[in-house]
Write a protein that binds this ligand. Structure first.
Ligand SMILES: [Zn+2]
Length: 265
């Protein structure tokens, strides 16, 4: 799966974008064109994270089409208010898909509060129970709700988790790392006055992943534009520099961590 970088002319490292949203309507017109050219741009693997049942199904349909694209299924905290009695059954169905490698993204978002907090917490717990039941790794979305999320996660210590787009400080990172979990970083590390870069420099080699969260969070040179997996190199460059590592070496450790976390061989 992992090709030596030298095979690709002009490509200096091979990347795994562990969190994207190609099911988003902003990719409606050119998703295929983009994905068809991704390997040539040095992106060897992509996981599309699900946000609700319909969008998770779209993620898995994209995974069906491309060998190097995988999917996850879950209900984002923003959308938990719309969950109903059928959702768990539909979700479990999607999670059986052969290219579904994780449950997510799920969690708590107290920044936007698009769904009531008690509903977010209830549905977070319900989905964590599904992950435990099916023995799946989990993609966590947590914003301004670290304490509340950890309170719930303390009942799920045995699960394999990644905190996607980690936006807390070093103290919170230590708490996550102490539990054996991973942290993933986006283009935010390239923004002026961000603190995520310090955390990304601190995380041990075997616990860090990188992602675009495309179409969101384009790295600095493209900030405000639509993001896609080709731009993950800017995020990788910033973190490699902060860690004092070669870009190719950093790309390799994040590739290995991603393969191990999602169970892709
Ligand atoms: Zn996301």
């Amino acid at each position: 799966m992992v090709r030596p970088a030298a095979i690709l002319e002009g490509v200096i490292a091979i990347f795994f974008d562990t969190h994207a949203h190609y099911d988003d309507e902003r990719f409606a017109l050119d998703c295929d064109e983009l994905l068809e050219n991704m390997n040539a741009a040095g992106v060897d693997l992509i996981v599309n994270a699900g946000c609700d049942v319909q969008r998770s199904a779209r993620c898995l349909a994209i995974a069906d089409k491309y060998d190097f694209v995988y999917g996850a299924a879950g209900v984002h905290p923003h959308d938990t208010d719309a969950m109903n009695d059928d959702t768990e059954r539909e979700l479990r169905e999607l999670l059986r898909h052969p290219k579904c490698v994780a449950l997510g993204e799920i969690g708590l978002d107290f920044h936007y509060d698009y769904s009531p907090r008690d509903i977010q917490a209830l549905r977070f717990r319900q989905q964590l129970e599904i992950a435990r039941d099916l023995n799946l790794p989990v993609i966590i979305h947590e914003r301004e709700a670290f304490k509340e999320a950890m309170n719930i996660l303390d009942d799920f210590r045995g699960l394999s988790l990644v905190f996607h787009c980690f936006s807390e400080g070093i103290e919170e990172a230590k708490i996550v790392l102490d539990r054996g979990w991973l942290l993933s970083f986006t283009g935010v590390v390239t923004y002026k006055k961000n603190t995520a870069i310090d955390v990304a420099a601190y995380v041990p080699d075997d616990r860090i992943m990188i992602e675009t969260d495309a179409p969101y969070l384009a790295p600095a040179p493209l900030r405000g534009k639509r993001n896609d997996s080709r731009y993950i190199k800017y995020t990788a460059e910033a973190i490699a520099l902060a860690r004092g590592m070669d870009l190719a070496d950093f790309a390799e450790i994040t590739m290995k961590n991603g393969l191990r976390f999602f169970g892709i061989s």
